[in-house]
Design a protein around this ligand. Sequence first.
Ligand code: PLP
Ligand code: COI
Length: 341
Amino acid sequence: MNPEEIDFYNLGFDFIETNQMFISEFKNGEWDEGKIVPFGPFEISPAACILNYGQGIFEGMKALKGKTGEITLFRPDENAKRLNISAKRLLMPCFDEERFINAVKDVVRANKEYIPPYDSGGALYIRPLMIGSGPILGVAPANEYKFIIYTVPVGPYFPEGFKAIDLEISMEYTRAAPGGTGYAKTCCNYAGTMKPAKETKTKGYSQIIYLDASNMEYIDEVGTANFFAIIDDKLVTPKLKGTILPGITRKSVLEIANTKLSVTSEERDISYKELFNDSCSEAFCTGTAAVITPIGSITLNKETRIFNNSEPGELTKKIYDLLIGIQRLEIDDDFGWVEKI
Ligand code: PLP
Ligand code: COI
């Protein structure tokens, strides 16, 4: 789509085609140089491993435009590392981390006219994607792969923006089980969440809070974001135990809380029952797409807990302001997280 035709001030989280993408091919045991090419379809064998057995992984990142026009990335080294953790889980070839970051920068530069303006609050979403493209019949890893990076201009993931969303706890569906692929960003982890998401949206909720599959008691995460709550004045988030995606926003929020706020943080099991107690005063979720999204209410069956009259809580707002401030170059980045392109 022509950038002039895009209303950057009213973007949602929908696919919009941009000009260029990066593609690198893995053949005979190595990745080629990779190149920037016009965005568009490519041929793939019907027997490709991704099409038959779902051997695919991805990442999600954002490029932002600062007040004076600088283009920035947030902790791209973390996405490079996580891609390779996912790759190892699905027996896919790793992609050199420095080359990953350079390729991301090249794609952003090639699509820079699609980066939403600073005052729109939007971002250029970056989607690195690795797929097993080689043909296969028995269930085994492909012998050829494609690594693609494309971009899409986006607004907020939840149409509510920085407004509280309503979530439902599912006692029916789970996202990941111990020993599975929950900690990796595999394409297949998301396919199974579409039906639960559709059903909960029909009931008026934005997303599902998934519980741990072993006990159906402890919070794992929200469909596309990590979960946080303020309980007994402490910032708590479920501890990583293989079933939860280790979010880069999650990690950053913990580091911000530990160094910039006088709040104690804990990574521990959180029973859903705790969310219905008065000791739990705020809840929010975090992610690249979701940024920090306050949770206004949580429902389980017929019981609903409303937080702070469905307004963003005080600590949630503080954390949001700090994170967004660092990402948008409005607050000093003492952590060295922001990388200018
Ligand atoms: N959990 C899931 C299932 C996600 O899809 C995402 C989004 O990437 C997250 C958590 C948050 O991760 P991050 O903060 O790295 O974007
Ligand atoms: C992200 O936050 O980057 C995600 O990947 C979430 C979702 C769009 C899959």
